[in-house]
Ligand binder design. Structure first.
Ligand SMILES: *Cc1c(COP(=O)(O)O)cnc(C)c1O
Length: 350
């Protein structure tokens, strides 16, 4: 630590992204990316925009915002486009959390939530999930704190029904409830339909997982017009040009390629379910997932050991040395060929 590092950050534990190896050919199942490239039209759109790189991009991302608002049937003023969904989450924590508005979230969820709270000095509480890692929605009803829930949740892959999400939103009218829908296209019902009824709901989404644009960094939030205005205040106080012009163009093109993504997402879900069944047939733990990953356990092997064994066979997966999940590995669903290789590697462990 340099002598310049502010004491206020001394206790900060940064989020640790999954490994992005350079130069080695791994089967990469560690960061929940799509194994499929985006369609040609998306790449073309980004390339065309690149000719204008000497000019600043539109700070409002107007065209993209309108296109997306129309797609989801909301007003453009209810949408804020961001640099990945981590960016909108950051604005939401920064804009709403403080001593009198602490945050609460499940103990096993996206670990970045805790980092945001630490970064912005927001008090927070972690509510334990059940033994099967499912969220008990009643734990969050009427809790009187800002709530953030990933639905489907990560890394469990489990989903809350819309009725339970609504109860959490309905019973916390004076607190913000963020529903992080990074994986909603792979399973579950979106909370977007609740927006006309509740002004305390923020739904966040990303183009990284089901729109195959992880490297472009595009996400967004949808909420009440007042809330979106507040989040814009934070955006314009940190990084007004947060969505670059190539990414914005790619985003518009992606929205127009719905059929391509639906078909591929469907394929990923089929491969996911088949892979889970094959793992269970071998005696491994692989609960049904509503996402593009499986949360796998080999009885008698720690997650670290499983991850290391797979790595020796050229397969990267994600694992955390954290209480309650240290025996699991999160395995992104890849192509059929990649999952065949993964299943074969798992067979060899028997
Ligand atoms: C991947 C992920 C995000 C962030 O994705 P971005 O690439 O920043 O859009 C947010 N929440 C959850 C639960 C995720 O898994």
């Amino acid at each position: 630590m340099s002598k310049f590092f502010s004491k206020k950050h001394a206790a900060l534990t940064p989020y640790v992204p999954g490994e992005q190896p350079v130069g080695q050919t791994f089967i990469k199942l560690n960061t929940n990316e799509s194994p499929f490239p985006p369609p040609k039209s998306v790449l073309e759109a980004a390339k065309t925009e690149a000719a204008l790189l000497n000019r600043y991009c539109d700070p409002e991302s107007k065209d993209l915002t309108q296109c997306l608002a129309a797609y989801y049937g909301v007003k453009p003023n209810q949408v804020l486009m961001t640099n990945g969904s981590d960016d909108i989450l950051n604005f939401a924590f920064l804009a709403t959390g403080d001593e009198s508005h602490p945050f609460v979230f499940p103990d096993i969820t996206y670990f970045f939530y805790e980092t945001f709270c630490q970064l912005h000095h927001i008090p927070y509480e972690k509510v334990p999930v059940r033994d099967d890692l499912s969220i008990h929605y009643m734990d969050f009803c009427g809790i009187g704190k800002n709530v953030v829930i990933a639905n489907p949740n990560a890394p469990s892959g489990l989903v809350l029904p819309l009725s339970e999400v609504e109860e959490i939103v309905r019973t916390n009218p004076d607190n913000l409830v963020i529903i992080d829908e990074a994986y909603i296209d792979f399973g579950g019902e979106s909370a977007l339909v609740l927006l006309p009824k509740y002004d305390n709901l923020l739904v966040t989404r990303t183009f990284s997982k089901s729109r195959f644009l992880a490297g472009a960094r595009l996400g967004f939030g949808v909420g009440s017009e007042e809330l979106i205005r507040d989040l814009n205040t934070l955006k314009y106080s940190t990084n007004p040009y947060n969505v670059n012009r190539m990414t914005a163009a790619a985003g518009i093109a992606a929205i127009r390629e719905d059929a391509y993504f639906s078909e591929k997402v469907h394929t990923i879900c089929r491969i996911r379910d088949e892979t889970a069944a094959r793992l269970r047939a071998m005696g491994y733990v692989a609960p049904d997932s509503n996402t593009n990953f499986l949360f796998v356990e080999v009885p008698g092997l720690s997650g670290a050991e499983l991850s290391a064994r797979l790595r020796e066979k050229g397969i990267l997966v994600r694992q955390w040395n954290r209480p309650r999940i240290e025996n699991r590995c999160r395995v992104t669903v890849g192509t059929q060929e990649e999952m065949d290789a993964f299943v074969k590697a798992m067979e060899e462990l028997l």
